[in-house]
Design a protein around this ligand. Structure first.
Ligand code: FAD
Ligand code: N01
Length: 534
């Protein structure tokens, strides 16, 4: 008797049960196709399952950071805060999984290890930690920020205290009372969690390599009048936001800092500081494009840091010296204020890098005895989840090799040499430089319509052409080069990961992207090759 596990056959295998994978499953079922999600976690949620650190919440208002595909869902769900916290977002995602009866289509605690395209059968053979699957299409909904970056600190394995990582936070509540805690990193995850950890810990040591710009969230209970107003015209509200460059409800970019009286600019920036959060650039089209305009906004925030943080040395260390927005802007609740507390200490790793982690201490400029070490060190962003799977396409070409000198994709959806493979919010799409919820829905809708079109037009294999992909990535870079986003070290361009190709990957500009995506469809999926014969 053979012990070989049977291969399960589906029309489509989807990898990942986050916001993208769940909606993709629903859409494919509506099309009448058989589909399964393979998810390595033990539950739905993706980002919102893994990142349970204190203070984790969205920084795009929940009325925007939510699905729009079903008016009933938009109307029935009530968010309790302007920016909802992780538990509430996870509850929402669970509600979606239940409402649309998606759970029976998800195989949990199963990791996709490899995916190999069989050219003779035009099928993907997918191997997981538990078995094998075969499918005509494979859709990677594996997330842009789903592979933790765990730097190789010397001696980390010798640490005898508790080690936590923000992006794989335990499900049990953590209590830092009576503890000496160290946190490495000062990106969004650290900026959200530091104020809450500081409230509990005896001592909190913040190890900072690069300071970040952060804007106050001014979070609070949901304003019922705002909620009612948005819900009374939800589809128009969504449409208006889709016309903003980042897909958010910021003030429209009508003016230029360079052509506006400086007092008026500062008045507008103060208004944005008080209420806009991530929309801090709102009102001006040139802050993201022009270095001088950017400097005005950067200086505004630098002055705020000096005003808030009482110790001038600490204030100066917390003050970034690069373009505002060059690294992903952060949004906080009391971050800079936290450094006025006597139990919070900022350590500058630029001056004195981490030398070693010992059994009970972290050594940098001196020895810090600690009970808990928190890694808030970010992600192998945008490509990490795809390159950590062994994906082989036409002629046995490996995705990892093809992307060795930088990821390339057509529209952030298709990859040359990888037929019938789609990525949701892949490199080369607005993804992380947009409100990701509408961007996810846009891709899922597009992919589903494309598969439907193939069925209607008797096509069985789709693949991006090499030329279309090359031209697309040139465009991504041409646009990026007109902005301030490219010349700062950030995870947008792979600079946070050793030995990763340095390539700027997000497409900047949601409305232009949408137009181009629609143009591709209206010209019968130009740039894609159907039923290619070798
Ligand atoms: P994910 O939620 O990352 O889901 C991917 C899933 O794929 C995961 O569950 C993972 O386990 C699974 N997976 C990956 N590889 C494999 C494999 N080989 N086998 C099996 N399963 C696999 N975006 C915004 O627009 N606004 C915000 O306010 C915002 N806040 C954020 C806050 C945090 C803390 C973080 C980390 C990100 C935030 N983001 C935000 C970005 C966020 O990642 C997206 O908005 C969105 O949740 C992504 O959904 P997704 O389904 O595409 O990917
Ligand atoms: O990760 P990050 P994150 N030694 O990469 C430092 C989304 N998000 O998890 O800048 C010492 O931003 C690193 O230093 P440097 C959002 O898109 C959103 O915080 O490389 N330090 C940096 O300070 C966000 O941008 C929210 O010099 C090291 C930090 O670790 C993205 O996820 C909340 C180091 C990593 O910061 C990632 O955010 C959370 C080393 N070897 C996340 N390696 C919202 O608010 C890294 N660092 C919605």
């Amino acid at each position: 008797m053979s012990h070989e596990k049977q291969t399960q056959e589906f029309d489509v295998v989807i990898v990942g049960a986050g916001l993208a994978g769940l909606y993709q499953l629903l859409k494919l079922r509506q099309l009448g196709l058989t589909a399964v999600i393979i998810e390595k976690a033990d539950q739905v949620g993706g980002t919102w399952h893994w990142n349970r650190y204190p203070g984790a919440r969205c920084d795009i208002p929940s009325l925007e950071y939510s699905y729009q595909f079903d008016e009933d869902l938009q109307q029935e769900w009530n968010w309790s805060e302007k920016y909802s916290a992780q538990p509430e977002i996870l509850e929402y995602i669970n509600h979606v999984a239940d409402k649309y009866e998606l759970r029976d289509g998800i195989n949990f605690e199963e990791e996709v290890v490899s995916a190999v395209f069989d050219e003779s059968a035009s099928k993907w053979n997918i191997n997981t930690s538990k078995g094998q699957y075969s499918a005509k299409f494979c859709i990677f909904a594996t997330g842009c920020l789903s592979v933790p970056n765990k730097p190789d600190f010397q001696g980390l394995e010798n640490f005898e205290g508790q080690i936590l990582q923000t992006s794989t936070w335990p499900q049990e509540e953590q209590n830092f009372s009576g503890k000496k805690v160290a946190i490495i990193g000062t990106g969004s995850s650290a900026i959200q969690s530091i104020p809450l950890i500081a409230d509990q810990a005896d001592e909190l040591y913040v190890f900072q390599r690069t300071p970040n710009y952060s804007i106050p969230s001014n979070n609070g209970p949901m304003d019922k009048i705002v909620e009612q107003e948005v819900k009374s015209r939800y589809s128009d509200f969504r449409k208006e936001n889709s016309l903003n460059g980042f897909g958010i409800a910021a003030i429209s970019d009508e003016a230029l800092v360079s052509e506006t009286d400086i007092d008026e600019v500062n008045r507008q920036l103060e208004e944005n500081w008080q209420s806009a959060g991530l929309g801090f650039f709102g009102g001006y089209a040139d802050i993201a494009m022009d270095k001088d305009a950017n400097a005005v906004a950067a200086n505004f925030v630098r002055d705020k840091i000096k005003e808030i943080v009482k110790d001038p040395v600490t204030a100066s260390l917390l003050t970034p010296d690069y373009h505002i927005g060059g690294k992903r802007l952060c949004v906080d609740t009391g971050y800079f204020e936290t450094f006025n507390k006597p139990n919070v200490h900022l350590i500058d790793l630029k001056q004195s890098p981490i030398k070693e982690i010992a059994a009970d201490a972290l050594e940098a400029d001196k020895r810090y005895e600690i009970d808990t070490l928190i890694l808030a060190t970010g992600f192998d962003a945008m490509t990490g989840a795809l390159t950590s799977i062994d994906i082989s396409g036409r002629g046995g070409v490996k995705l990892k090799d093809q992307w060795q000198s930088g990821a390339k994709s057509y529209l952030g959806i298709g990859i040359s040499n990888f037929p019938n493979l789609f990525t949701v919010t892949g490199p080369g799409s607005p993804s992380v430089l947009s409100n990701m919820m509408p961007s996810i829905e846009q891709h899922v809708n597009w992919i589903t319509d494309c598969i439907q079109w193939m069925v209607n037009n008797d096509k069985s294999v789709i693949e991006s052409s090499q030329t279309a992909e090359d031209e697309w990535m040139l465009l991504v870079n041409e646009i990026a080069d007109t902005t301030i986003f490219t010349d700062t070290k950030s995870w947008y361009n792979g600079s946070n990961i050793d030995n990763k190709a340095k390539a700027f990957l997000p497409f900047i500009g949601v409305p232009v992207y949408t137009e181009l995506l629609e143009e591709v469809v209206s010209e019968d999926y130009k740039g894609f090759i159907f039923d290619k014969v070798n």
